[in-house]
Design a protein around this ligand. Structure first.
Ligand code: ACO
Length: 322
């Protein structure tokens, strides 16, 4: 039996750090409001000209170094992003070129903030069925480019960055189970209402920004994340006491705390980066994992629960023995 396992992690954050205080000059808000309602203190913002693929490549190189693999070992690249460099080619193909890897499958996954969980589910299936032996999974996002910087209810919540993992074939799991879901009926609650087939003019009219009914999204996120955690524990016949670390999508500290409470997990066993990174969408879980691996909190052999919720709505979880 073949399984997949996380061989190495990497992360990249743009150099520019934007503190909450800076928003006080842009919109009608305060550092205090942002901290209290979201837990966010600061975020990183991509430099002019710095793209999703640039950040993805930087995170990928660190993950490959940590895994002890080189570009010749990689036989699958998946990039999860909702902020691709171009309509096409895919960001994964641009990353492939930049890494000088040739003739292996490379594609993007678009599942908003749940994108990394979707990628993990797909790559795990590739590896378990022999379609790949060493996959590079990257979540990379440049949300600063799809923010309405005059809308205080959204612009304070997001940041830019990339996280990556190298997933390798192994004799023992690794990835124990993945659970992915979607329900398309909530489009109006969270969207960027501009696209290609629906009329490119919309982009020119500058509607290509995040529109979010935050309160409704919040309520749905807390409910669904509680359910998916329970679904994952039940599927594996374990309870919360078996989980060493909850590594959730980093949208809002209140959502994270509510999910941990529902699960009966103390916050000491939850990896939190939303304070430093804000919401980096599909980059947030691999970035949080990388931070916790590198600062020594997450150790080999520990049991990790990833969970995410995002536009679509999409949501998902993964139980992983690191
Ligand atoms: N500064 C000051 N006041 C603000 C700000 C701000 N930055 N933003 C909103 N407000 C005001 C509102 O206008 C409202 O004022 P009103 O009562 O006079 O109308 C008041 O604060 C309360 O607004 P709420 O939206 O009810 O505040 P809430 O406590 O729900 O917090 C937040 C807002 C932080 C957006 C929260 O709802 C949230 O985090 N939602 C979920 C975000 C999320 O998880 N997104 C999913 C992932 S993103 C993705 O998939 C792309």
């Amino acid at each position: 039996m073949t399984y997949s396992t996380i061989a190495g992690t990497g992360g990249y954050l743009p150099e520019r750090v934007m503190e909450n205080k800076e928003f006080e000059k842009i919109v009608d808000t305060t550092d205090e409001w942002i901290r209290e309602r979201s837990g966010i203190k600061r975020r990183h913002i991509a430099a002019d000209g710095e793209t999703t693929s640039d950040m993805a490549v930087a995170a990928a190189r660190k993950a490959m170094e940590a895994a002890g693999v080189d570009t010749g070992d990689i036989d699958l690249i998946i990039v999860s992003t909702t902020t691709p460099d171009k309509v096409f080619p895919s960001t994964a193909c641009i990353v492939q070129r930049q890494l000088e890897i040739r003739n292996i499958p490379a594609f993007d996954v678009h599942a908003a903030c749940s994108g990394f969980i979707y990628s993990l589910d797909i790559a795990d299936r590739f590896i378990r069925t022999g379609g790949a032996g060493c996959a590079l999974l990257i979540g990379s996002e440049t949300y600063s480019r799809i923010l309405d910087w005059t809308d205080r209810s959204t612009c304070v919540l997001f940041g830019d960055g990339a996280g990556a993992v190298v997933l390798r074939a192994a004799e023992a799991p690794g990835v124990i189970s993945t659970h992915i879901h979607a329900d398309g009926q909530y489009e109006d609650l969270l969207q960027v209402p501009a696209g290609i087939s629906s009329g490119y003019d919309q982009v020119r009219k500058a509607r290509a920004y995040i529109h979010m009914k935050g309160h409704e999204v919040f309520r749905k996120a807390v409910a669904v994340l509680g359910e998916i955690a329970r679904e994952t524990l039940a599927a594996n016949q374990i309870d919360e006491g078996d989980i060493d670390w909850l590594i959730p999508h980093q949208a809002n500290l209140r959502i994270i705390a509510a999910t941990a409470k529902r699960l009966g997990l103390p916050m000491e066993r939850v990896v939190v980066t939303v304070d430093e990174h804000a919401n980096t969408s599909s980059a947030s879980i691999p970035l949080a994992l990388d931070v916790a691996v590198r600062d020594g909190r997450v150790k080999r052999g520990e049991l990790l629960l990833f969970e995410a919720f995002g536009a679509g709505f999409t949501w998902g979880s993964a139980l992983v023995r690191y």
